[in-house]
Design a protein around this ligand. Sequence first.
Ligand SMILES: C[S@@+](CC[C@H](N)C(=O)[O-])C[C@H]1O[C@@H](n2cnc3c(N)ncnc32)[C@H](O)[C@@H]1O
Length: 336
Amino acid sequence: MDMESICLVVPKKKTEPVRRRLLEKGMLRTNLQVVSDSKSVFLPVNQRVDLGYPIETREFTEVDAQINDYRQLVDVPDSLRPFLPSSYDVLGSVAIVKMSDEVLPHAKHIGNAIMAVQKSVKTVCVDEGVKEEYRTRQVRVVAGDGSTEITHKEYGLTFKLDVVKVFFSPRLATERDAVAKQVLPGEVIIDMFAGIGPFSIMIAKTRLPKVVHAIDTNPDAIQYLKENIALNKVSNVNPVLGDARKVIKDLEKADRIIMNLPHSAREFLLDALDALKPGGVIHFYEIMEDDELENRFHALADMAVSKGRVMTELSRRKVKSYSPTMGFYGFDLKFF
Ligand SMILES: C[S@@+](CC[C@H](N)C(=O)[O-])C[C@H]1O[C@@H](n2cnc3c(N)ncnc32)[C@H](O)[C@@H]1O
């Protein structure tokens, strides 16, 4: 169907940056097919905009057009296009993007473009790395309303959290499900580095454990854990604020311990073994160089021997890549 619209008349060679600028500002009528003649392109717009080009009215054909990739509309110099991030995390209404130095000066444009293609995103942050102790992200808001408290849904569960105050990774959802499926009814479980409770709550909700003791040293994480326990209506999760190495000594012995602190879980293994029943299982996570896998695995077995325990491996997997040469590995280990 044809319809009339106002449009910018742009010389052919200058079209691309103008088209992107209009898209980013939400002014280009993407449901109308762009028209051109030998010299100019006619870009249909939904309002009068002064970019230094003539405006006229003409007929356009309606098309069905939906843009899903923010890179199609972000306004950056062409030389920088190869540096645009190809993916980003979306947590509820917050998008978190890692950006290389080359495109950082254009972070606001990138943020606006992401919000333009993904309407549910209300805040875009640049990821500036993870801070040590609480594994929280250092982020800088570059576009949107700036709110960083979100609600995330995974496997039918609801998690409330602030992406700045606590650690949370949506990329571990499949891993959490894989671990939960191994739990037998009546087990005592210790989630040593529980965060806002995604492992603990998934297990409590789906596997009928006796109890999940969920430890974290970050008071904000424990606060959100309590809220998430209520939101998901689970009663058998026991939130414990404190250093896992210390508070684990006061808990009943466990059938299963989850150790998701992948940069330093090894430093806590001996304490975990003291808290694990004979024949108990530890889900152990570690980030390491790929070619170190065997050595690191044998070192774990040696640590077990130093505690008079024998370790057997139930399974291992590369949960995700961490860098071109490093991986985030998960081991399911049984200790007699
Ligand atoms: C990588 S996060 C994992 C959180 C959670 N298991 C998840 O999957 O979202 C590690 C958590 O360990 C907590 N943590 C760091 N050191 C700790 C310690 N000594 N004792 C207890 N928790 C600790 C951090 O605050 C953080 O919430």
